[in-house]
Design a protein around this ligand. Structure first.
Ligand SMILES: CC(C)(COP(=O)(O)OP(=O)(O)OC[C@H]1O[C@@H](n2cnc3c(N)ncnc32)[C@H](O)[C@@H]1OP(=O)(O)O)[C@@H](O)C(=O)NCCC(=O)NCCS
Length: 175
């Protein structure tokens, strides 16, 4: 098991196929899927494919989304991490470093997303050496926007993507 980061309460480590039940509980929940641009998963096989997709970024980019687990119990809470985003055009950008997060609903509202995302953002700047990290969220996804603001990203413009209105966030060290 490859541990990437530790915070006060959390460990961020590579996602593994043994996280299947955690991924399935998280991604089969319509509330979790509400603003993420994909319907809830219905079968564990879909979750397995998602895990393999996440893991493919470790080979492709040397980084990716990491599993967030509770230090005290080892419970899988969700994922968080930075990675280059090159497979889709978002807000007119086709090559940017994105930070994102997703947590199982029963763990929402405890500050875990903020704690994990802040650590991942710092890691992106300080260890991976990025000078700009971006993110985007559905305009109705208040919790996500709040987390992005709390970790220090600046809200920029609104834009349309596949019929939804999204908000672009970024933090640049060069400004
Ligand atoms: C977005 C998400 C990760 C937030 O997780 P979380 O663990 O609840 O986040 P935190 O507890 O660290 O912080 C949430 C913040 O949003 C606020 N918030 C949550 N829902 C809110 C709402 N409906 N209206 C206003 N504020 C809200 C919380 O009060 C908190 O802010 P505060 O600390 O200033 O009080 C979680 O809701 C999630 O997994 N959603 C589904 C996946 C998703 O949308 N991911 C983001 C894609 S861009």
């Amino acid at each position: 098991m490859k541990i990437i980061l530790e915070t006060l309460r959390l460990i961020l480590r590579e996602v593994e196929e043994s996280d299947l039940e955690g991924f399935f509980e998280m991604d089969s929940d319509p509330e979790v899927a509400r603003y993420v641009g994909a319907p809830p998963v219905q079968h564990r096989q879909e979750s397995l494919e998602i895990i393999r997709f996440v893991r493919s970024h470790y080979i492709l980019y040397g980084m990716g989304r990491w599993a967030v687990v509770l230090k005290e119990t080892g419970e899988f809470l969700g994922w968080c991490g930075v990675r280059p985003m090159r497979e889709m055009k978002v807000n007119g950008r086709t090559d940017f470093v994105d930070i994102s997060f997703r947590f199982t609903r029963r763990y929402w509202g405890k500050g875990y997303a903020t704690e994990a995302a802040k650590a991942a953002l710092d890691y992106g700047f300080q260890v991976l050496g990025y000078t700009e990290i971006c993110s985007f969220a559905d305009i109705r996804n208040v919790a996500s926007q709040r987390v992005l603001e709390k970790i220090g990203l600046k809200r920029k413009n609104e834009f349309e993507l596949e019929g939804d209105t999204l908000v672009w966030f970024e933090k640049s060290l060069l400004l």
